[in-house]
Design a protein around this ligand. Sequence first.
Ligand code: BTN
Length: 240
Amino acid sequence: MIGSKIIHLESIDSTNNYVANLVKEKTIVNGTVILTDEQTAGRGQRGAEWSSLSGVNLLMSVYYEPANLSVEYQFYLSKFVALSLVGFLTSKGLNAKIKWPNDIYVNGKKIAGVLIENQLSGSNIKSSIIGVGCNVNQTDFGEINATSLKLECSGFVPVDEVLFGLIQCFNKNEGLLTNFKLIDSIYHSNLLGLNEERLFLVNGNRVYGKIKSVSQEGKLNVIMNDNLNSFDLKEIAFVF
Ligand code: BTN
């Protein structure tokens, strides 16, 4: 069960790094959650940093061993995590959407991000480090297009409430990892911009397109100028 063991740290470089070290030492059990008040070198996707004010946001990593998940389906872990975040935020009354691949947006602003790092064994995923950063009580993000639960729910939200609510959603959704058809359909119905004409950045050019789907491998399928194109993470960006 996810969250059967929770380790709360005051400060650490990155909860994903902390889990990676425990994995190396073989001293971590499936489902362990690491939580910290502060990260000194928090990491985001594409090598970016993840910065957060101390003590006000959810900064956590889950160590998870999927039962029988082949590498070619690793994107289903992203879908599972994104849907769990959407599930929790929806329970708080928010209109949360997944911005492909697994950023979570509320009212056009990012509220949570996910960094998943998998350990492979042959063609299977042996274990996964699922890092989640969720803005809870931070209200100033400078130039960054971000929001938080406090801003969206108009009031303080205990970080623990988000932690335990999210853990509950993880456990509720775990079964989806064995039902790709169902997870795909729920993922698409929560996908930001599906079938909407939107502006994207492709090779430095602004192009209009319509998201049609996300493939099993996690590629974004977009119709542009009547052609269906398939993009991976580094090849396309949203223009807001
Ligand atoms: C992103 O949107 O770029 C992903 C952000 C992921 C941030 C979380 S915070 C907890 C965990 N530890 C890290 O160093 N990163 C993830």
